[in-house]
Design a protein around this ligand. Structure first.
Ligand SMILES: *Cc1c(COP(=O)(O)O)cnc(C)c1O
Length: 379
């Protein structure tokens, strides 16, 4: 089955009882047991809810995993995966990792003795050098946020396997439509489903898909123990959003390509970070491991003042955190997604005060370009 068909027919899309073509919302907390010694498939809704289960089966299908898990947010999903580790364990994490992931590792999981080293994972040698005796996993984002750096997933998986480490990939920016890390050998995929999967800026959710049964049992144990599960209403809304993932992303990506080309030709713009541009350092690698460059790009203006001007003058993109929505979103990584990273570290990474990130939505490409043009014009 092609991906677009799988989105609509993951195998759990029809209600077995009524034939309803939209999965019913099981707004319930507990399930009457058939008998004391033969409990039913469901007992208590933290442990399992049929609406959530359908969503979990869908993400497992789409990522090519054995099992999926739905959480109350992307951070709940990511934190639950970090709960697989023990005191004394060490993780190698990509340098410009999502700010919330950086925060939870450096200010929360560190309290439990789980250590993390942040390295530029675009360089496999740097990953190799960061691996210690107590390293248990690589944690990767590609393209990374907001500089769209590309990590060689198969190469990193190769290193991880040599040393018996897990490979965990945050696939939020690509979605399983454009990139499937499990097929490239990764063990766990995490998502902020708040972004492209939900797609409409109307819910907060996180998803996990795992490649094999042992990990499925471990993540399932954490999900049930910690209890950061997604409720049935949001599970339903997320499935509703995911049905149009491919058509949304196709169009958003096409427009993002046009905007990236246009920005690259503007004198006020000093750099454009988009893996669809041929001069992007990860262009070839990204093309080999993903189906497309996606719909998020970052660009640096000649001065911070110009960046502020653009943020104040754009009309169409919402000045906001988040990405992956039907409406375009312009964000300022310094005060938004990457505010949790100390300024000195942030600047060393290249996340400067002149950098903006644009998540391209479904508005007309020419309208978006015209809006950016008026916002860039000198006052
Ligand atoms: C937004 C985001 C997260 C966090 O997800 P929430 O749903 O906001 O908790 C994690 N990783 C990436 C790449 C994100 O963009």
């Amino acid at each position: 089955m092609q991906f677009s068909t799988k989105l609509l027919h993951p195998g759990c899309e029809t209600d077995q009882v009524t034939g309803a073509v939209s999965v019913p919302i099981y707004q319930v907390s507990t399930f009457k047991q058939p008998s004391v010694d033969h409990p039913g498939e469901y007992d208590y809704a933290r442990s399992g809810n049929p609406t959530r289960r359908a969503l979990e089966e869908t993400i497992a299908q789409l990522e090519g995993g054995v099992k999926g898990f739905a959480f109350a947010s992307g951070m709940a999903a990511i934190s639950s995966v970090f709960c697989l580790f023990n005191t004394g364990d060490h993780l190698v994490v990509c340098q410009d990792v999502y700010g919330g992931t950086y925060r939870v590792l450096t200010r929360l999981f560190n309290r439990f003795g789980i250590q993390a080293t942040f390295v530029d994972t675009t360089d496999l040698d740097k990953i190799r050098r960061a691996i210690r005796d107590n390293t248990r996993a690589l944690y990767l984002e590609t393209p990374s946020n907001p500089l769209m750096k590309i990590t060689d997933l198969a190469g990193a998986v190769g290193l991880a396997r040599e040393r018996g480490l897990l490979t965990i990939v945050d696939n939020t920016f690509m979605t399983p439509y454009l990139q499937r890390p499990l097929e490239l050998g990764a063990d766990i995929v995490v998502h902020s489903a708040t972004k492209f999967l939900g797609g409409h800026s109307d819910l907060v959710a996180g998803l996990v898909a795992v490649k094999e049964e042992r990990l499925a049992r471990e993540v399932g144990f954490v999900q049930n123990s910690l209890g950061a599960v997604l409720g049935p209403q949001d599970s339903w809304l997320l499935m509703r959003g995911m049905k149009t993932l491919q058509v949304r992303l196709d169009r958003e990506q096409e427009t993002a390509g046009k905007i990236a080309e246009w920005l690259a030709g503007r004198p006020e713009v000093t750099r454009v970070y988009y893996p669809g541009l041929i001069d992007h350092p990860g262009y070839g690698l990204h093309r080999r491991q993903a189906k497309g460059p996606g719909a998020v790009l970052s660009f640096e203006l000649s001065t911070p003042e110009l960046a502020w001007q653009v943020m104040e003058r754009v009309q169409l993109p919402a000045l906001a955190v988040s990405l992956g929505a039907v409406e375009s979103i312009l964000s300022y990584p310094v005060t938004m997604s990457h505010a949790a990273i100390p300024p000195a570290e942030r600047h060393a990474l290249g996340i400067t005060d002149s950098l903006l990130r644009l998540s391209v939505g479904l508005e007309d490409a020419d309208d978006l370009v015209a809006d950016l043009a008026q916002a860039l014009e000198a006052l």
